[in-house]
Design a protein around this ligand. Structure first.
Ligand SMILES: Cc1ncc(C[n+]2csc(CCOP(=O)(O)OP(=O)(O)O)c2C)c(N)n1
Ligand SMILES: [Mg+2]
Length: 348
């Protein structure tokens, strides 16, 4: 597909404030059958994994914080489909989807959630603190906005080393109001660092809507004071995410410096596992689920095009369910870390 060049800040007609349709007429990647089915599988894996994590939490197997990514799957999957080996990912605490998208093992992620020995942080980090150098995943951060500065540091390292890797730093609409985000923007623009700043605008920061907390709710414009271009993207359509990702990665790799992608998305579940949900109506959630669900969109498309039958999709569903069930069994049977582990993996 032809890609639109982004020399200046661009924004689309859609406003993050609108409760209506997210689709904003931006470019859409032309997926073939394999890409559609890959996107379907990856998004479904995240969805089913998160549902299982929610269940295990309810049964008392997971303690501490746990923030589910259900509804936002198209964002990480579309990005990952455009990335190449070596590109780094860093995000906040709503991070299980990002981990699975980078190829981290479901077993290791689930076992970390249950605090077990073979979890990615040996059971000592939990939901918000997992890393995989092998998969170029740099966490998992609980301090709102902190990963933006760290991600900028990763981009600085890429520039310093002269490689062509791109750092991809995800953060929320709430985090976008943190001061260190703008200190990072300044340095990234000044040094033309290869970084994509992804604002996952899911309309709420805990219980506060963007309309209540944000003076400029078009987050793609947030870099304009630094000359950083930005694009608003339909974050519920994995093809729109992939198209924007291709454009942003090309921008970074060709030495033009940072770029912002505002992903218009929606979280179906509560902020964390305890959320009275008084800040939005059930109807609002239901409307988004029934009209714009990212997985359902792909399912309908492949069926309509005759690219997959019900049975083909059922086979993918089964494969995904098996992976998730296996990860849950593993996460309940793997032993807890030994007490001596309290003294390992720490800086003294
Ligand atoms: C520095 C800091 N301030 C406040 C908090 C408490 N807190 C945790 S999540 C959150 C909301 C962030 O919302 P957003 O960035 O939109 O991300 P989302 O949860 O929607 O993914 C807040 C205020 C924190 N963890 N760190
Ligand atoms: Mg948010």
């Amino acid at each position: 597909m032809a890609l639109r060049k982004t020399a200046t800040v661009s924004s689309r007609k859609n406003s993050a404030k609108s409760a209506g349709k997210i689709s904003n007429g931006g470019p859409i990647a032309d997926f073939d059958r394999d890409e559609e089915l890959k996107a379907y599988r990856e998004m479904l894996l995240i969805r089913r994994f998160e549902e299982k994590a929610g269940q295990l939490y309810g049964m008392g197997f997971i303690g501490g914080f746990c923030h589910l990514y259900i509804g936002q799957e198209a964002v990480v999957v579309g990005m990952q489909m455009a990335q190449k080996e070596g590109d780094q990912v860093i995000t906040a605490y709503r991070d299980h989807g990002h981990m699975l998208a980078t190829g981290m093992e479901a077993r290791g992620v689930m076992a970390e959630l249950t605090g077990r020995r073979n979890g990615y942080s040996h059971g000592k980090g939990g939901s918000m603190h997992m890393f995989s150098k092998e998969k170029h995943f740099y966490g998992g951060h609980g301090i709102v906005g902190a990963q933006v500065s760290l991600g900028t540091g990763l981009a600085f390292a890429n520039r310093y080393r002269g490689n062509d890797s791109v750092s991809i730093a995800y953060f929320g609409d709430g985090a976008a109001n943190q001061g260190q985000v703008y200190e990072s923007f300044n340095m990234a623009a000044l040094w033309k660092l290869p970084i994509i700043y992804i604002v996952e605008n899911n309309r709420y920061a805990m219980g506060t809507s963007t309309a209540r907390a944000t003076a400029q709710s078009n987050y793609s414009l947030r870099g304009s004071g630094f000359g950083i271009p930005g694009i608003q993207v339909d974050g519920m359509d994995v093809r729109a995410v992939k198209a924007a990702a291709d454009e942003a990665l090309e921008h970074c790799r060709s030495g033009k410096g940072p770029i912002i992608l505002e992903m218009l998305t929606y979280r179906y579940r509560g902020h964390s596992m305890s959320d009275p949900a008084k800040y939005r109506t059930k109807e609002e959630v239901q409307k988004m689920r029934s009209e714009q669900d990212p997985i359902e969109q792909v399912r309908l498309r492949v069926m309509e095009k005759g690219w997959a039958t019900e049975d083909d999709l059922k086979a993918i569903d089964k494969e995904v369910r098996d992976i998730v069930a296996d990860s849950a069994d593993f996460a309940q049977s793997d032993p807890e870390p030994d007490a001596s582990e309290l003294y390992t993996d720490i800086l003294l």
